[in-house]
Write a protein that binds this ligand. Structure first.
Ligand code: SAM
Length: 196
Protein backbone atom coordinates (compact mmCIF):
# COMPACT_ATOMS: atom_id res chain seq x y z
CA UNK A 1 0.00 0.00 0.00
CA UNK A 2 1.21 3.49 -0.86
CA UNK A 3 2.64 5.02 2.31
CA UNK A 4 3.20 8.61 1.18
CA UNK A 5 1.27 11.50 2.68
CA UNK A 6 -1.49 11.08 0.16
CA UNK A 7 -1.42 7.29 0.24
CA UNK A 8 -4.04 5.14 1.88
CA UNK A 9 -4.71 5.58 5.58
CA UNK A 10 -2.62 2.87 7.21
CA UNK A 11 -2.89 0.55 10.21
CA UNK A 12 -1.19 3.09 12.51
CA UNK A 13 -3.79 5.69 11.66
CA UNK A 14 -6.64 3.38 12.63
CA UNK A 15 -4.80 2.05 15.71
CA UNK A 16 -4.69 5.65 16.98
CA UNK A 17 -8.45 5.94 16.41
CA UNK A 18 -9.03 2.74 18.43
CA UNK A 19 -6.64 4.06 21.14
CA UNK A 20 -8.98 7.03 21.57
CA UNK A 21 -12.18 5.00 21.62
CA UNK A 22 -13.26 1.38 21.35
CA UNK A 23 -15.96 2.61 18.93
CA UNK A 24 -14.42 5.61 17.09
CA UNK A 25 -17.40 6.20 14.78
CA UNK A 26 -20.12 5.54 17.36
CA UNK A 27 -21.43 2.58 15.37
CA UNK A 28 -23.27 1.19 18.38
CA UNK A 29 -25.10 4.36 19.37
CA UNK A 30 -25.40 6.79 16.46
CA UNK A 31 -28.83 6.74 14.88
CA UNK A 32 -27.17 7.54 11.54
CA UNK A 33 -25.13 4.30 11.79
CA UNK A 34 -28.04 2.15 12.94
CA UNK A 35 -30.30 3.44 10.17
CA UNK A 36 -27.55 3.06 7.57
CA UNK A 37 -26.86 -0.54 8.63
CA UNK A 38 -30.58 -1.41 8.55
CA UNK A 39 -30.96 0.26 5.13
CA UNK A 40 -27.92 -1.61 3.75
CA UNK A 41 -29.25 -5.00 4.78
CA UNK A 42 -32.77 -4.13 3.62
CA UNK A 43 -31.51 -3.38 0.09
CA UNK A 44 -29.87 -6.80 -0.40
CA UNK A 45 -31.93 -8.54 -3.10
CA UNK A 46 -31.43 -12.15 -1.96
CA UNK A 47 -32.93 -13.53 1.22
CA UNK A 48 -29.80 -15.61 1.83
CA UNK A 49 -26.26 -15.48 0.38
CA UNK A 50 -23.84 -18.37 0.27
CA UNK A 51 -20.74 -16.42 1.27
CA UNK A 52 -20.17 -12.76 2.13
CA UNK A 53 -16.94 -10.77 2.52
CA UNK A 54 -17.04 -7.61 4.62
CA UNK A 55 -13.70 -5.74 4.62
CA UNK A 56 -13.42 -2.87 7.12
CA UNK A 57 -15.87 -4.48 9.55
CA UNK A 58 -14.76 -2.34 12.53
CA UNK A 59 -16.43 -3.64 15.70
CA UNK A 60 -18.90 -5.87 13.88
CA UNK A 61 -22.24 -4.06 14.07
CA UNK A 62 -23.05 -4.32 10.36
CA UNK A 63 -21.51 -7.81 10.48
CA UNK A 64 -24.05 -8.78 13.13
CA UNK A 65 -26.90 -7.66 10.87
CA UNK A 66 -25.36 -9.60 7.97
CA UNK A 67 -25.25 -12.88 9.87
CA UNK A 68 -28.96 -13.37 9.24
CA UNK A 69 -28.46 -12.97 5.49
CA UNK A 70 -25.54 -15.28 4.68
CA UNK A 71 -24.40 -18.78 5.57
CA UNK A 72 -20.71 -17.81 5.55
CA UNK A 73 -19.38 -14.40 6.63
CA UNK A 74 -15.74 -13.36 6.47
CA UNK A 75 -15.08 -10.09 8.33
CA UNK A 76 -11.75 -8.30 7.94
CA UNK A 77 -10.37 -5.17 9.48
CA UNK A 78 -6.93 -3.58 9.41
CA UNK A 79 -7.10 -3.09 13.20
CA UNK A 80 -6.47 -6.01 15.55
CA UNK A 81 -8.63 -4.65 18.39
CA UNK A 82 -11.56 -4.02 16.05
CA UNK A 83 -11.29 -7.62 14.87
CA UNK A 84 -11.19 -8.91 18.46
CA UNK A 85 -14.38 -6.97 19.25
CA UNK A 86 -16.07 -8.31 16.13
CA UNK A 87 -14.99 -11.87 16.97
CA UNK A 88 -16.36 -11.51 20.52
CA UNK A 89 -19.65 -10.05 19.26
CA UNK A 90 -20.15 -12.86 16.75
CA UNK A 91 -18.83 -15.73 18.88
CA UNK A 92 -20.96 -18.83 18.44
CA UNK A 93 -22.44 -17.72 15.10
CA UNK A 94 -21.97 -20.50 12.57
CA UNK A 95 -19.85 -19.78 9.50
CA UNK A 96 -18.46 -16.47 10.75
CA UNK A 97 -14.75 -15.64 10.80
CA UNK A 98 -13.18 -12.33 11.87
CA UNK A 99 -9.57 -11.73 10.82
CA UNK A 100 -7.01 -8.97 10.55
CA UNK A 101 -6.51 -8.04 6.91
CA UNK A 102 -5.59 -4.88 5.03
CA UNK A 103 -7.21 -4.55 1.62
CA UNK A 104 -6.34 -4.35 -1.22
CA UNK A 105 -2.77 -5.56 -0.55
CA UNK A 106 -4.17 -8.56 1.26
CA UNK A 107 -7.14 -10.38 -0.16
CA UNK A 108 -8.90 -13.64 0.76
CA UNK A 109 -8.63 -16.62 -1.58
CA UNK A 110 -12.33 -17.51 -1.19
CA UNK A 111 -15.02 -16.68 -3.77
CA UNK A 112 -18.11 -14.78 -2.67
CA UNK A 113 -21.63 -14.07 -3.87
CA UNK A 114 -21.77 -10.90 -1.77
CA UNK A 115 -19.20 -8.23 -0.94
CA UNK A 116 -20.16 -5.44 1.47
CA UNK A 117 -18.08 -2.27 1.12
CA UNK A 118 -19.28 0.05 3.84
CA UNK A 119 -17.45 3.28 4.66
CA UNK A 120 -14.05 1.94 3.69
CA UNK A 121 -13.05 2.86 0.12
CA UNK A 122 -12.51 6.56 0.80
CA UNK A 123 -9.67 5.82 3.21
CA UNK A 124 -7.71 4.44 0.25
CA UNK A 125 -5.72 6.42 -2.29
CA UNK A 126 -6.81 6.32 -5.93
CA UNK A 127 -4.43 3.48 -6.91
CA UNK A 128 -5.54 1.35 -3.98
CA UNK A 129 -9.21 2.02 -4.71
CA UNK A 130 -8.69 0.81 -8.26
CA UNK A 131 -6.94 -2.32 -6.96
CA UNK A 132 -9.79 -2.81 -4.47
CA UNK A 133 -12.45 -2.74 -7.22
CA UNK A 134 -10.39 -5.18 -9.29
CA UNK A 135 -10.06 -7.60 -6.36
CA UNK A 136 -13.78 -7.38 -5.60
CA UNK A 137 -14.65 -8.14 -9.22
CA UNK A 138 -12.22 -11.08 -9.29
CA UNK A 139 -13.55 -12.66 -6.11
CA UNK A 140 -17.25 -12.20 -6.86
CA UNK A 141 -18.97 -15.06 -8.60
CA UNK A 142 -20.72 -14.08 -11.86
CA UNK A 143 -24.11 -12.74 -10.80
CA UNK A 144 -22.75 -12.02 -7.30
CA UNK A 145 -23.62 -8.75 -5.60
CA UNK A 146 -21.58 -5.82 -4.37
CA UNK A 147 -23.23 -3.37 -2.02
CA UNK A 148 -21.34 -0.11 -1.52
CA UNK A 149 -22.25 2.34 1.23
CA UNK A 150 -20.50 5.65 1.90
CA UNK A 151 -21.03 8.87 3.82
CA UNK A 152 -21.36 11.87 1.52
CA UNK A 153 -19.95 14.92 3.37
CA UNK A 154 -16.21 15.41 2.82
CA UNK A 155 -13.98 14.80 5.84
CA UNK A 156 -10.26 15.47 6.23
CA UNK A 157 -9.65 11.86 7.28
CA UNK A 158 -10.74 10.61 3.87
CA UNK A 159 -8.79 10.53 0.62
CA UNK A 160 -11.90 11.34 -1.43
CA UNK A 161 -15.60 11.71 -0.75
CA UNK A 162 -18.30 9.06 -0.93
CA UNK A 163 -19.71 10.39 -4.19
CA UNK A 164 -16.32 9.89 -5.86
CA UNK A 165 -16.16 6.26 -4.74
CA UNK A 166 -19.66 5.59 -6.07
CA UNK A 167 -18.94 7.37 -9.36
CA UNK A 168 -15.82 5.21 -9.79
CA UNK A 169 -17.83 2.04 -9.19
CA UNK A 170 -20.56 3.12 -11.63
CA UNK A 171 -18.03 3.47 -14.44
CA UNK A 172 -16.37 0.10 -13.72
CA UNK A 173 -16.97 -2.32 -16.57
CA UNK A 174 -17.16 -5.33 -14.25
CA UNK A 175 -20.29 -4.20 -12.44
CA UNK A 176 -23.87 -3.73 -13.60
CA UNK A 177 -25.93 -1.34 -11.50
CA UNK A 178 -29.01 -2.85 -9.89
CA UNK A 179 -30.10 0.40 -8.26
CA UNK A 180 -29.55 2.14 -4.99
CA UNK A 181 -30.57 4.72 -2.51
CA UNK A 182 -29.32 8.28 -2.02
CA UNK A 183 -29.92 10.85 0.67
CA UNK A 184 -28.10 13.89 1.96
CA UNK A 185 -25.79 11.92 4.28
CA UNK A 186 -25.15 8.60 2.58
CA UNK A 187 -25.29 6.61 -0.64
CA UNK A 188 -26.03 2.93 -1.05
CA UNK A 189 -25.41 1.36 -4.45
CA UNK A 190 -26.02 -2.19 -5.47
CA UNK A 191 -24.14 -3.93 -8.28
CA UNK A 192 -24.14 -7.30 -9.95
CA UNK A 193 -20.91 -8.87 -11.18
CA UNK A 194 -21.11 -9.14 -14.96
CA UNK A 195 -20.62 -12.70 -16.25
CA UNK A 196 -17.07 -13.13 -17.55
C1 SAM B 1 -15.72 3.96 9.34
S1 SAM B 1 -15.27 2.32 9.80
C2 SAM B 1 -16.55 1.41 8.90
C3 SAM B 1 -17.20 0.33 9.72
C4 SAM B 1 -18.26 -0.53 9.04
N1 SAM B 1 -17.85 -1.00 7.73
C5 SAM B 1 -19.58 0.19 8.97
O1 SAM B 1 -19.91 0.73 7.92
O2 SAM B 1 -20.25 0.24 9.99
C6 SAM B 1 -13.85 1.95 8.78
C7 SAM B 1 -13.14 0.68 9.19
O3 SAM B 1 -12.31 0.27 8.12
C8 SAM B 1 -11.09 -0.22 8.65
N2 SAM B 1 -10.09 -0.11 7.57
C9 SAM B 1 -9.53 1.02 7.09
N3 SAM B 1 -8.67 0.76 6.10
C10 SAM B 1 -8.70 -0.60 5.92
C11 SAM B 1 -8.05 -1.48 5.03
N4 SAM B 1 -7.19 -1.03 4.12
N5 SAM B 1 -8.32 -2.80 5.11
C12 SAM B 1 -9.21 -3.27 6.03
N6 SAM B 1 -9.84 -2.47 6.92
C13 SAM B 1 -9.61 -1.14 6.86
C14 SAM B 1 -10.83 0.68 9.86
O4 SAM B 1 -9.95 0.09 10.80
C15 SAM B 1 -12.25 0.86 10.41
O5 SAM B 1 -12.53 -0.10 11.38
Amino acid sequence: MNADMHGSRDAKYFAAKYDESSDPWGLADNWYERRKHASTVALLPHRMYRSCFEPGCSIGLLSQALTGRCRRLLCWDIDRRAVQTTAARLRGKRGVTAEVGAVPDQWPSERFDLVVLSELAYYLCADDRLALYTEIAASLEPGGHLVAVHWRPRSTEQRCDGDTVHAELRTGAEFRSLGGYAEREFLIDLYEREPR
